[in-house]
Design a protein around this ligand. Structure first.
Ligand code: SF4
Ligand code: SF4
Length: 505
């Protein structure tokens, strides 16, 4: 895993440099340090962890290497042979660049290729907006008469969805197709879930495309039968939400009669854990976050603990006044005594929680979420559960052209977080031409993971300006960055610490 690169104390741990580099062609007089270097001092070792968020290169370096970087940034160009060797290694791994302009152009190309990537076609289908829970923080839950009016996909629409997907498969010709079943509670519409799974798998088989299905469910109706029905069609993961320990979860995610749901969900997970990898997701706020360690302890004691593929918590966010909030929006709630919003949240496995880890330039009122995310990640790791590192978080699916979300009526959206607002629909599977959808599509086409406001931030390649839904709801403009830079900084610090420990052991 670790390869010493040069005579200087420079230990390369990992790299994923994008694009070729010809060292011969580089003018070392003009080179500059990369915008995307992040340094974390390791005082115990008298060394520094340096990461480049664009190349993903990570090194543990002695202080003289960082001094070398400083000398380059001051424009020095006279180096001895040993220093030149180190400089070549730093160039090869993206810590030094020919020019900042060139690096920015490389980043543009990278974002462009990410957007146009055809390797995967990803489609999230909301089979229904109905839900059997009544979470206080969620607009989708069964509050009052909401479920009476909440949309549910018909089999006829599901057939049109399949036709639409067939068209995209022929157009994009991906290697892999991923169907995410989402809601509301997707298992409240099993006929459509099964139909989509079966038909999409058949489409993929006919075309030699690998098919995968993920399911995001509250877990109440998750049974071995459901898993057995979906597995032959490519089910590779189920994400279940637990919002804290038993009492907290039961308070946060009750049934409409306020009965608790924790025991039943755990029992359901127990019954399917041998059949499919389970991801535990959780939405926290100030009132629930401290109960997560108890939940983690509980999970660790279960016989299915080693079957848990990932544990990932996200803050519940507040956006707009509940009175004016559209139905079907992602869960948003007022959190914190200060009345201040938390970070964006993404209920999809796709979003990778990007919104849960942005920083400070625009919204610096989210320290609660940033600190708690770091706390929860560390508590999760302590118990041996895999969890995202908080650094490699984006850009999220909204920046991929071939990732789509389809609402119960066949409306198309840029990502699941926008499904609560019909006016944000970018099209319809039947191809109807509404001017307002066309205008929405133009707005989303302009959405870029590179925001002017982010300036020379080192986290642009792994952030992409944050969650656009959070920006839309918290700032009223999806084109603004939804920034939680502090969370990125603390995540890199955690990564540095763990890396140093791993190298030492
Ligand atoms: S914009 Fe936000 S909600 Fe949408 S996919 Fe990205 S992180 Fe998730
Ligand atoms: S890229 Fe932009 S939104 Fe993301 S951390 Fe940096 S300044 Fe904040």
């Amino acid at each position: 895993m670790c390869t010493p690169l040069a005579a200087h104390a420079l230990l390369l741990l990992t790299t994923d440099r994008k694009g070729p580099l010809s060292l011969q062609a580089i003018d070392r007089q003009a080179m500059q340090i990369s915008q995307f270097n992040v340094q974390v001092p390791l005082p115990d070792r008298h060394e520094v962890f340096v990461m480049n968020t664009f190349s993903d290169a990570q090194v543990i370096a002695s202080a003289d290497v960082t001094q070398l970087l400083d000398r380059v940034s001051r424009g020095e160009s006279r180096f001895d042979e040993e220093e030149r060797e180190t400089i070549d290694a730093l160039l090869e791994n993206g810590f030094l660049v020919e020019t900042r302009e060139g690096e920015r152009a490389d980043l543009d190309r990278y974002f462009h290729s990410l957007r146009e990537d055809t390797e995967q076609l990803r489609v999230t289908v909301l089979t229904t907006l109905q839900c059997n829970f009544a979470c206080d923080y969620c607009f989708q839950g069964d509050h009052g008469d909401y479920n009476k009016f909440a949309e549910k996909m018909s089999l006829e629409t599901a057939r049109e969805v399949v036709e639409w997907i067939a068209g995209r498969l022929d157009e994009v010709r991906p290697e892999k197709f991923v169907l995410t079943l989402f809601g509301g509670e997707p298992l409240l519409n099993l006929p459509v879930a099964y139909y989509l799974a079966e038909r999409c798998h058949a489409l993929c088989t006919e075309r030699g495309v690998t098919a995968g299905i993920s399911l995001i469910t509250n877990g109440l109706l998750l049974t071995p039968d459901v898993v057995d029905r979906l597995t032959p069609y490519g089910l590779y993961g189920v994400k279940v939400t637990l919002d804290g320990d038993r009492d907290t979860h039961n308070r946060m995610r009750p049934l409409r009669g306020r009965q608790g749901t924790f025991d039943r969900i755990i029992e359901n997970v127990r019954r399917v854990a041998d059949k499919v990898p389970i991801t535990i997701g959780g939405n926290f706020d100030e009132s629930s976050v401290d109960s997560y360690p108890a939940l983690l302890d509980f999970l660790k004691e279960q016989e299915f603990a080693d079957k848990i593929a990932k544990v990932n918590f996200k803050p519940i966010i507040k956006s707009f006044d509940r009175a004016v909030a559209p139905t079907g929006a992602i869960p948003l709630t007022l959190v914190g005594a200060s009345d201040r919003p938390l970070a964006g949240t993404c209920m999809t496995s796709a979003g990778a929680g990007a919104g849960a880890s942005k920083g400070s330039s625009v919204c610096d009122s989210c320290h609660f979420a940033d600190e708690k995310m770091a706390f929860l990640r560390s508590e999760t790791r302590k118990r041996g559960f895999p969890t995202p590192d908080g650094v490699h978080m984006g850009p999220c699916e909204i920046h991929r052209r071939h990732a789509h979300t389809i609402g119960p009526d066949g409306s198309l959206y840029a990502c699941p977080g926008f499904t609560g607002s019909k006016t944000e629909s970018t099209g319809h599977i039947d191809g109807r031409e509404d001017e307002w959808r066309r205008l929405a599509a133009v707005r989303f086409e302009r959405l870029s993971p590179k925001k002017d406001e982010c300036g020379d931030c080192s986290f642009v390649p792994v952030c992409g300006g944050g969650c656009s839904v959070a920006a839309h709801t918290e700032l009223g403009d999806m084109h603004q960055p939804s920034c939680h830079k502090g969370a990125f900084a603390s995540a890199v610090a955690g990564l540095a610490q763990r890396t140093a420990e791993a190298v030492a052991s």
